[in-house]
Design a binder for this molecule. Structure first.
Ligand code: PLI
Length: 461
């Protein structure tokens, strides 16, 4: 039977093992959020009911992946599981060389170090926290070249991750192509709300880059979701398989960094993939310093096996279509309840628009940070801030003021059911009903880099 006839797409898997969880009491939640300094990153997992902090490393592996763990070849050098990972990346994405890393930011560190010189510029389709941090640490200035629509939570552009070619051209004209080591292109764009890039745009960016001898490096972290959006939204791709779409997408890139913890459906792992042999050699020279031998790069053999298998499972239409449908189910229920969210609904998460929750809280009193705390207080559901706190400060020490002040409800892969999402909708509704009574936050502790992970706050009375 065609699954589209169902009210919603049912799970393409069944449950073989369960992990018990419970809803903490209101008193426990009040105590826990205070202890966590109003930062959901600092909550203990035991104090959380439904955990929508992230889809990173929180996925449920399949029986096939768990079976793969038993086949770990833990040799210090030349593990056969590395060969499997390398084969999977070559087969699915089409790159020649694979450098395993402990997770995505390990690959970002190496890529930034081998390609960036101090004074360079790296254009990208909206920043990501760790990606930009590594680019800046290597001496580059990040420039956002995403289309304007991406900064407007109401705009329903189907490919809000697209690059504005005029902005990219303007940067090339301003600083010169020799100061742009590569274009950093995320597919999908996390901070814009899990928004995809169209195939036409990927192709156009690559052609422009080639004209100037600039490389294009994908952040492939959620590339399968991007491929599925292309299949659903871009004319000419409706009858192509996810694997065919992935191969075409990556044909417009010179390399990629990947956090396997997302579309690799594992709990840890990542890699850098490249086509250029010289760059690959530079990367292997650094991976031994920061990660490990080029044949394990911070992962155990069993982790590499699970990732190799996960990459194949993720490239299956039934898997990814169900995933996008779960996210859409949550988003549509919130829209029906009148809750302001980023539109269109993205690939890995639903993003609440904290500006419209709390128009009375100025951005530098951290409305999204407070909204995440309030949702936890109401329900035990953990979400995360993606606004001014995540954006951090510039070199002069001033806050970046992002247009998007969001709270992310991130859906782990193959973990929760539709019934869980109904509970989440009630939780957000409770926070919405109480919105007038909520005030902002101030810092008690602010770390210098990637402050959102460990900052502490107190409510403004
Ligand atoms: O968490 P890592 O180091 O495996 O990957 C870093 C990373 C790179 N790019 C993108 C688009 C990400 O979303 C990403 C990590 N994201 C996290 C942890 C998240 O919660 O979204």
């Amino acid at each position: 039977m065609d699954s589209y006839k169902y009210k919603y797409r049912p799970e393409p898997y069944r449950i073989k093992m369960v992990e018990p969880m419970r809803i903490p009491t209101r008193e426990q939640r009040e105590e826990a959020i205070k202890r966590a300094g109003y930062n959901t990153f600092l909550l203990n997992s035991e104090d959380v009911y439904i955990d929508l902090l992230t889809d990173s490393g929180t996925n449920a592996m399949s029986d096939n992946q768990w079976a793969g763990l038993m086949l770990g070849d833990e040799a210090y050098a030349g593990s056969k599981n590395f060969k499997h990972l390398e084969e999977a990346v070559r087969d699915l994405y089409g790159f020649k060389y694979v450098v395993p890393t402990h997770q995505g930011r390990g690959a970002e560190n190496i890529l930034s170090k081998i390609m960036i010189k101090p004074g360079d510029y790296v254009p990208g389709n909206m920043y990501f926290t760790t990606t930009r941090a590594h680019q800046e640490l290597a001496g580059a200035t990040f420039r956002d070249v995403i289309i304007d629509e991406a900064h407007d939570p109401e705009n329903e552009h189907p490919f809000k991750g697209n690059v504005d070619l005029a902005k990219l051209q303007a940067l090339i004209d301003e600083v010169g192509p020799e100061r742009i080591p590569y274009i950093s292109l995320a597919v999908t764009v996390n901070m814009a709300g899990g928004q995809p890039v169209s195939m036409a745009n990927l192709k156009a960016v690559y052609e422009l880059a080639q004209k100037y001898g600039i490389k294009v490096m994908f952040d492939a972290t959620r590339c399968v979701e991007n491929a599925c959006f292309i299949k659903h939204r871009e004319p000419g791709y409706e009858n192509k398989t996810i694997r065919e779409i992935l191969r075409e997408m990556f044909s417009y890139a010179d390399g990629c960094t990947m956090s396997g913890k997302k579309d690799g459906i594992v709990n840890i792992g990542g890699f850098l993939a490249l086509n250029d042999q010289e760059l690959y050699q530079k990367a292997t020279a650094l991976v031994v310093v920061y990660e490990g031998m080029p044949s394990y790069g911070g992962m155990s053999g069993r982790d590499m096996e699970a990732l190799a298998r996960g990459l194949y499972e993720a490239a299956d239409y039934d898997f990814v279509a169900h995933r996008l449908d779960q996210v859409r189910y949550l988003g549509e229920k919130l829209l029906e309840a009148g809750i302001p969210i980023v539109k269109p609904i993205g690939g890995h998460a639903v993003f609440l628009d904290a500006r419209r929750f709390y128009p009375h809280i100025p951005q530098d009193e951290f409305p999204a940070q407070m909204l995440a705390a309030q949702i936890y207080l109401e329900s035990g559901v953990r979400t995360m801030e993606r606004g001014i706190i995540s954006a951090g400060r510039d070199a002069q020490g001033n806050h970046y003021y992002p247009k998007l002040e969001l709270v992310r409800l991130t859906i782990p892969r193959r973990v929760y059911t539709y019934a869980h999402f109904d509970y989440v909708v009630d939780a957000v509704q409770a926070a919405w009903n109480n919105r007038q009574n909520v005030k902002g936050l101030r810092f008690v502790y602010e770390p210098p880099v990637l402050r959102f992970f460990t900052a502490r706050f107190e409510p403004i009375q």
